[in-house]
Design a protein around this ligand. Structure first.
Ligand code: NDP
Length: 290
């Protein structure tokens, strides 16, 4: 193995430390804690684990966590009414609706109800549009965390070839927008891409956000590439990424592990976005260096 392992867990811990310091400053200025409301509908076990760890991390950073757990039988109108109440609640700076919602519910309609100023995941059309035109936005946590890891390792990304595999609104598309803002030459690949291995081999940077266990092989990579593996797949009770890690680590210059890479960054960026939203709501300048 020759690749450097990008330790997202350690990076996220340091970031959470810096966020906690800024939260204390915010509390001193605003005389209240930043608040994150999480809405979980149904009993999906993975979502329950995510929501629990998000709540714990929020409190550990010195913020308020408001958890709303609703049964899967809750009507869409009731969820929308709850989101509207949270929009109006002065203690709530940020709202996260845990996706996916139980089948039969319209994720898009519920997300569209979130006030863009409180849209901590950056999933509303307003925030996606602002990101696309290069205006200040709340940016989806996973791609923003992935970008931080890339900049930490590579510094200036200008002119690099970046290949993003996956074009979801949650990961692939915002990742591509962020890399474009950093002046990368960006290719977005997806399930209809021809000769995927050849396309991936162009990348000085490869971001894998597919949801297929170990699909991207070592011999698909340009030697020395920096690989960000967003994928979380459960195989025989073990978590693996979208990249065949052992194989890829012989070719890549640096690679994120699964677990311990992008996952911890997502939670840290959720806290960061909550704090950013809280500053904006109080009319305070955005916290720098986060
Ligand atoms: P989606 O299922 O929404 O999107 C998957 C994308 O991969 C689609 O654009 C799809 O293409 C593409 N794809 C599927 N099969 C292939 C293939 N054979 N070749 C090329 N492209 C393919 O997933 P998400 O973006 O929501 O998530 C991706 C992964 O990241 C998942 O494993 C998820 O669990 C993980 N994830 C991890 C997070 C973290 O914190 N670490 C946070 C969010 C997600 P098409 O559009 O053509 O169908």
């Amino acid at each position: 193995m020759s690749a450097e392992i990008i330790d997202g867990k350690a990076f996220a811990e340091q970031l959470r430390g810096r966020i906690a310091e800024r939260v204390a400053q915010f509390v001193a200025q605003a005389k209240r804690k930043p608040g994150l409301a999480v809405v979980l509908v149904g009993e999906d076990p993975a979502s329950q684990v995510y929501v629990r760890s998000k709540g714990k991390a929020t409190v550990a950073a010195g913020m308020e966590s408001f958890e709303h757990r609703l049964p899967a039988t809750t009507g869409e109108d009731d969820i929308i009414a709850l989101v509207s109440r949270l929009n109006a609640d002065p203690k709530v700076d940020a709202i996260l609706v845990q996706l996916p919602l139980p089948s039969g519910m319209d994720d898009k309609k519920v997300i569209a109800t979130i006030d863009p100023a409180k849209d901590v995941d950056g999933f509303t059309i307003a925030n996606a549009g602002r990101l696309a035109v290069g205006e200040d936005a709340l940016v989806p946590c996973t791609p923003l965390g992935s970008l931080m890891l890339l900049k930490d390792r590579l510094g200036d990304l200008s002119g690099l070839e970046a290949v993003v595999v996956g074009r979801s609104n949650i990961v692939g598309k915002p990742m591509a927008q962020l890399l474009l803002q950093e002046n990368c030459t960006v290719t977005i690949a997806h399930s209809r891409t021809r000769n995927l291995a050849e396309v991936v081999r162009r990348g000085d940077i490869v971001v894998a956000a597919v949801g297929r266990a170990e699909m991207i092989r070592g011999d698909w990579l340009k030697p020395g590439a920096t690989v960000i593996d967003v994928g979380i797949n459960r195989v025989d009770g073990k978590l693996v990424g979208d990249v065949a890690f052992a194989d890829a680590a012989h070719v890549a210059g640096a690679i994120t592990p699964v677990p311990g890479g992008v996952g911890p960054m997502t939670i840290a960026l959720l806290l960061r976005n909550t704090l950013v939203a809280a500053h904006a709501r109080e009319g305070l300048p955005a916290p720098v260096g986060l």
